[in-house]
Design a binder for this molecule. Structure first.
Ligand code: F6R
Length: 249
């Protein structure tokens, strides 16, 4: 299924409402979270709603998709820091169980196994929130990542480092590795919501619709998920014809 909104703000508001409904209905649910520019307005609206309704969050469990290798939690560009800055520090109460991969673990391979095992020990993800990179990447799963992958260490592509470079003082500071949930971890979520906004993502959205389900376009796997919702604004959806859109109806 898909939804198109006139503005990115409306897409963010809708997504925040959906997340809030999920948290209200499943106070002990397992929520998969993402970082990135797309999510900033989503989290801002979610904070507003959570405050307005004084929604209890103690029983909620969250798992973030990914984290850079080598950045400490206090580094301003670590995803741990991002989540504090854009969500957790502003909540009326905090989930008891907040999980992100530890990009500073001494044994990264063991950290990856631990992370997938932790997701599974919570019964898997109930809802996974996703953004998409310009090359179709979800989490840090770059093109050609195996669809049966679980949490793993990735070498970041030049494109992804360039895309994310805007958050760093200079390109050299952008980490070259990250830990990411695998495609299989993501696909095992019971529900998936992908949010894509902005004209700069219009070609990515077109590629997503045109691509067969194949590993060269990581996000294409989502087309096979039984409970997948694509939330877009007009700008992101502008290149997709009504016929193509209807393939996801
Ligand atoms: C974030 C993540 C990435 C981003 C994607 C889009 O945790 O894993 O896949 O969702 O790179 O980023 P923005 O929203 O900044 O365009």
């Amino acid at each position: 299924m898909y939804r198109i909104f006139n503005t990115p703000e409306q897409a963010a508001q809708f997504t925040a409402q959906l997340l809030h409904e999920f948290i209200t209905q499943r106070p002990d649910g397992v929520l998969g979270l993402a970082t990135g520019g797309t999510m900033e307005p989503v989290y801002a609206h979610l904070i507003e709603r959570l405050k307005q309704h004084n929604t209890p969050l103690e029983q909620l469990t969250t798992f973030n998709l990914d984290e850079y290798v080598g950045l400490s939690r206090s580094h301003p560009q670590s995803y741990y820091h991002y989540m504090q800055e854009h969500l957790f520090a502003h909540l009326p109460s905090c989930p008891d169980s907040i999980n992100l991969p530890n990009g500073c673990a001494t044994d990264l391979e063991q950290e990856c196994r631990r992370y997938t095992a932790a997701i599974r020990s919570h019964g898997g993800l109930d809802l996974q929130l996703l953004g998409v990179g310009s090359n179709g990447q979800i989490g840090f799963n770059e093109p050609h990542t195996a669809f049966n992958s679980i949490t793993h260490v990735v070498e970041l592509s030049e494109q992804t480092r360039l895309d994310n470079g805007r958050f760093f003082d200079n390109f050299e500071e952008v980490p070259t590795q990250a830990i990411t949930m695998g495609i299989q971890d993501i696909m095992q979520a019971k529900q998936i919501v992908l949010v894509v906004t902005g004209a700069h993502k219009a070609h990515t959205v077109l590629d997503f619709f045109n691509s067969p389900v194949c590993e060269s376009m990581p996000a294409s796997c989502l087309k096979d998920h039984p409970n997948f919702l694509l939330v877009m604004d007009q700008a992101a959806a502008q290149l997709v014809s009504p016929e193509l859109l209807s393939t996801l109806a």
